[in-house]
Design a protein around this ligand. Structure first.
Ligand code: GLC
Length: 437
C-alpha cells in the first residue's frame, strides 16, 4: 500500500463505486478472458476489502497490512484514511452507515463508540466468528475487551490500549529533572524552552475536540475530581474538579505552550515534538515509535517517557484505545473477519507494537522480547500498571453529547469567555439535562 498510488486509487474508487455498485454486486477484480474459458485466475478470486481508520503517523498500520496481504494472497486491503479527529471520524461513519453503505468493510472504533454503534446496529456481532475459530478471549486485557461488549455480545476486538504519557527530550532534561507535578512542569518548561533550538516548553491537545476531553480528564483526576463519578452522578462542579480545570486553563494560557495551542490535536503535537520544537509533550504511547522513526524524526534516540505530572491527588492518565469492527453492510464479512482477526490477534498486535508503538491488548505480548526491545515503555512496570489504573471517560449512551458539553465549556474558559467556576456550573447543568433526557 504505497500512499500516492493509493490516494489516486481512492479518488478513482470514490467516483466509480456508485457506478460499480449499480452494475455488479461482486467487487472482486475481473479480467477479460477468451470466451469459453471457465477457469478462474488467482486475481479473479481476490477480494478487496476497504479498511478505514484515522491517520497513522507511525508505520504500524502499513506493516500490519503488508504482513496480512503476504499471508492472505486472496485478500487485498485498500486503506481509507479517515479524519484523525475522532469526533469527525465518528460522524463520517455515522453518515455512511445510516446510508447503509457497504463501501467500507473493516473499521477501527474508538473505545467511546461501541455502545452507540452496537445499539444502532452499525457493526456485526463477532461472537459467531470468535466461537468458530476458537479465539481465546482470556488472552485479552479484560477491561479493553469489556469496552467492546454491549448487551452480552462482542462487537469488536481491541487492537491497542491508550493512556496519556509525558514525553520529554532526554538531551535537554536530565532524569532527575523530569517534573513530577504540574507546577514543576510549568517551571521546567519555562527554564528549558529555547534550549536545543526548541520553540515551546510544553505541547498538549487543547483544540475543541475529543482530545481536549482526555486532557481535561487527566487534570481533573490528578486533583481527585471527576466529570461523572463512579455511580453515574455528575460531579464536575466540585472543588477537586475545579482545581484540575484551573490548572488546565493555567497551562493553556501560559507562555510555555504554543500561542495557538488551542488548534493542537495529536497530529500537530506529534509534529512539533518530532521536529524538535518542544521540550515536553503529552501524547499517547505511539509517540515513542513516531519520535524514534529515523525516516522523519529529528529527535531519534532522545525520547524520554514518564507518567503525566501529578496534582494534589497524584498522576492520572486518560484511558483510550481502538478496536476493530466489521460494517454490518460489508459484502465480505468472512474476509473482513480474517483481517480483523489478524490485526487484533497476537501477530498483528506484535507488528503494531514494534512499528506503531501501540500498547497491546493481548497481555502475554508484554513478555515478548522483540516488543520490549523495540519499545522499552512496555517493559516498564509503571507503564503497565498505569494502563490498568487509567481513567475512563464518562460512560453514557449519548457520550458525544456529554463530550461536546465538556469541550465547549472548557474552550470558553481557556478563551477567557467564562471563569472556570462558571464553566463547572454550566457543565453540571447541561450534563444533568443531557443524562436525564
Ligand atoms: C486517542 C485515544 C482515543 C481518544 C482520542 C482523542 O486516539 O485512543 O480513545 O478518543 O485519542 O483524541
Amino acid at each position: 500500500m504505497k500512499k500516492s498510488k493509493k490516494a489516486k486509487l481512492l479518488a478513482v474508487f470514490a467516483t466509480l463505486s456508485l457506478a460499480l455498485a449499480a452494475c455488479s454486486s461482486d467487487q472482486s477484480s475481473t479480467q477479460e478472458k477468451p470466451a469459453g474459458d471457465k477457469t478462474k485466475t488467482a486475481s479473479e478470486q481476490k477480494v478487496k476489502l476497504v479498511y478505514a481508520r484515522g491517520k497513522d503517523v507511525t508505520k504500524g498500520t502499513e506493516k500490519m497490512v503488508e504482513a496480512f496481504e503476504a499471508s492472505h494472497p486472496n485478500i487485498d486491503i485498500e486503506f481509507r484514511e479517515m479524519p484523525s479527529d475522532t469526533g469527525k471520524q465518528h460522524d463520517a461513519y455515522i453518515t455512511a452507515f445510516n446510508a447503509k453503505s457497504s463501501e467500507i468493510d473493516v473499521i477501527d472504533m474508538d473505545v467511546i463508540w461501541p455502545a452507540e454503534f452496537a445499539q444502532a446496529g452499525y457493526v456485526l456481532p463477532l461472537d459467531r466468528f470468535i466461537q468458530q475459530d476458537g479465539i481465546d478471549l482470556n488472552e485479552y486485557n479484560q477491561g479493553a475487551l469489556g469496552a467492546a461488549q454491549f448487551n452480552g455480545k462482542q462487537w469488536a476486538l481491541p487492537k491497542f490500549v491508550d493512556a496519556g504519557l509525558l514525553y520529554y527530550r532526554k538531551d535537554l532534561v536530565k532524569a532527575d529533572e523530569v517534573p513530577k507535578t504540574w507546577d514543576e512542569l510549568l517551571a521546567k518548561a519555562k527554564e528549558k524552552k529555547g534550549q536545543g533550538n526548541t520553540k515551546f516548553g510544553y505541547v498538549f491537545q487543547s483544540k475543541q475536540y475529543e482530545g481536549l476531553v482526555c486532557n481535561a480528564v487527566e487534570f481533573v483526576a490528578s486533583y481527585g475530581g471527576a466529570f461523572i463519578d463512579k455511580n453515574g452522578n455528575v460531579a464536575v462542579n466540585s472543588p477537586e474538579a475545579i482545581k484540575g480545570l484551573k490548572k488546565l486553563v493555567e497551562v493553556a494560557k501560559s507562555d510555555v505552550v504554543p500561542g495557538n495551542v488551542t488548534t493542537f490535536t495529536e497530529v500537530e503535537s506529534d509534529q512539533a515534538f518530532i521536529e524538535g520544537q518542544t521540550v515536553f509533550l503529552r501524547n499517547w504511547p505511539y509517540e515513542y515509535a513516531s519520535a524514534n522513526d529515523k525516516d522523519k524524526s529529528k529527535i531519534v534516540g532522545q525520547v524520554g517517557v514518564a507518567p503525566l505530572p501529578a496534582g494534589d491527588k497524584g498522576s492520572a492518565a486518560a484511558l483510550g484505545g481502538w478496536m476493530a469492527g466489521i460494517n454490518k453492510y460489508s459484502k465480505h464479512p468472512k474476509e473482513s473477519w480474517e483481517f480483523l482477526k489478524f490485526m487484533a490477534g497476537a501477530e498483528g498486535q506484535k507488528i503494531d507494537a514494534i512499528y506503531g508503538g501501540h500498547a497491546p491488548t493481548i497481555t502475554k505480548l508484554y513478555q515478548d522480547q522483540e516488543i520490549l526491545q523495540a519499545n522499552p515503555t512496555f517493559a516498564d512496570k509503571g507503564f503497565v500498571d498505569g494502563l490498568s489504573a487509567a481513567v475512563s471517560r464518562p460512560v453514557a449512551p449519548n457520550y458525544p453529547e456529554i463530550s461536546e458539553i465538556i469541550q465547549i465549556n472548557i474552550s470558553k474558559a481557556i478563551a477567557g469567555e467564562q471563569t472556570v467556576e462558571q464553566a463547572a456550573q454550566n457543565m453540571e447543568k447541561e450534563m444533568k439535562a443531557a443524562l436525564n433526557k
